[in-house]
Write a protein that binds this ligand. Structure first.
Ligand code: NAD
Ligand code: UFG
Length: 338
């Protein structure tokens, strides 16, 4: 298949490109590089041994995107493009609603106009808000207790895509609800490159390990969890990427959500210990106040994706830490200076 990949220069998009080419597909990437560097695509091209067409554009720019549809024939689109920083979304709600929703509307309008009927969308565990039950399943309650505009955009876009599928019975929307993506490609050449202070735990911990940051701030140790710290379902980004290939192989008309998760929860202290082992370093940390909006624990059953998509997460959290550490130590400044 030839796949339109929006946001393909980003963290998850770049790893998915590698798996797309490994599975025999081809891709055209569009990205405005607002949170990424074209260097990631150059490195993906080295890994896959092919040139990947790239157009720098804003997905919400219908005219620019229409030209891409006019030039290429697509079998499906994977829609990664979006802003994703939870805290920033609280400070800049309009920017988040505008970017994430407008880009989706423009993409889906052009897909329908061009008879491209298969869409894989990057949704998030955030749609479950404050989990009503654990492990979460696709039947679990969604939309209650979402604490930030970023999460609301994911919830709203899922609903928009369901409505599009009702009105267009030929259209297929697969809503992949990612849990916590971590790790990097085992080559150490592509990985997560957060600008500024990392928002997410694992890049923060590896930056402490390499000496760029002094100590990990553990956001609370008084939750009702194994050791009092927050528990999450960390999934290796290569497993996550492969979930998209599985989804492309099982596109059915209508909207269907899948949890891309491992089923296992890991605490903050357990994750720090795993990086200590991977990096053979002692990682200093201090416990600070809880972060507003955080839930105690969030992990999910991947059973539906296991049975319907024939997909499962194979890589361990230890492997993810080894791969993250390899990426961090080989690229201490990420894609900078390239
Ligand atoms: P990322 O920021 O690395 O990648 C997103 C890419 O989209 C970037 O390259 C950015 O430049 C591009 N982009 C943003 N808005 C755009 C626009 N209007 N037009 C064109 N390009 C645009 O993020 P990621 O971690 O790779 O996440 C990919 C998707 O998965 C996002 O939709 C994100 O919300 C979702 N997601 C991520 C996580 C996570 O923890 N990383 C968890 C759940 C869901
Ligand atoms: N944490 C720390 N210190 C840090 C960063 C995080 O203790 O410096 C803790 C958090 O409190 C949480 C865990 O580490 O218990 C994981 O935090 P992350 O920020 O890495 O991930 P979240 O689960 O909070 O956020 C993720 C995605 C969001 C998404 C959210 C809800 O990054 O995009 O899940 O699904 F909205």
């Amino acid at each position: 298949m030839n796949i339109l990949v929006t946001g393909g220069a980003g963290y998850i998009g770049s790893h998915t490109l590698v798996e797309l080419y490994a599975a025999g597909h081809t891709a055209v990437v569009v990205d405005n590089l607002s949170n990424s560097s074209q260097e990631s695509l150059r490195r993906v091209e080295t890994i896959v041994g092919a040139n990947i067409p790239f157009v720098q554009l804003d997905v919400a720019d219908r005219t620019a995107l229409a030209a891409v549809f006019a030039e290429h024939k697509f079998d499906a689109a994977i829609h990664f493009a979006g802003l994703k920083a939870v805290g920033e979304s609280v400070a800049k709600p309009l920017a988040y609603y505008r970017n994430n929703i407008d880009s989706t509307l423009a993409l889906v309008e052009l897909m329908l106009e061009n008879s491209v009927n298969n869409l894989v969308f990057s949704s998030s565990a955030t749609v479950y808000g404050d989990p009503a039950e654990l492990p979460l399943t696709e039947q679990s309650r969604v939309g209650v207790g979402i604490t930030n505009p970023y999460g609301q955009t994911k919830f709203m876009i899922e609903q928009i895509l369901r409505d599009v599928c009702v009105a267009n019975p030929q259209f297929s929307a697969t809503l992949l609800r990612y849990f916590n993506p971590v790790g990097a490609h085992p080559s150490g050449t592509i990985g997560e490159d957060p600008g500024g202070l990392p928002n997410n735990l694992l890049p923060y911990v590896t930056q402490v390990a390499i000496g760029k940051l002094d100590s990990v701030k553990v956001f609370g140790n008084d939750y009702d969890t194994v050791d009092g710290t927050g528990v999450r379902d960390y999934i290796h980004v290569v497993d996550l990427a492969r979930g998209h290939i599985a989804a492309l192989g099982h596109m059915q008309p209508g909207a269907q959500a899948y949890n891309l998760a491992t089923g296992t929860g890991t605490s903050v202290l357990e994750l720090i210990a795993a990086v200590e082992q991977a990096a053979s370093k002692n990682i200093p940390y201090e416990v600070v106040a809880r972060r507003p909006g955080d839930v105690a624990a969030c992990y999910a059953s991947p059973a539906l994706a296991n049975t319907e998509l024939s997909w499962r997460a194979d890589l361990t959290i230890q492997q993810a830490c080894v791969d993250s550490w390899r990426w961090q130590s080989q690229n201490p400044h990420g894609y900078e200076n390239h």
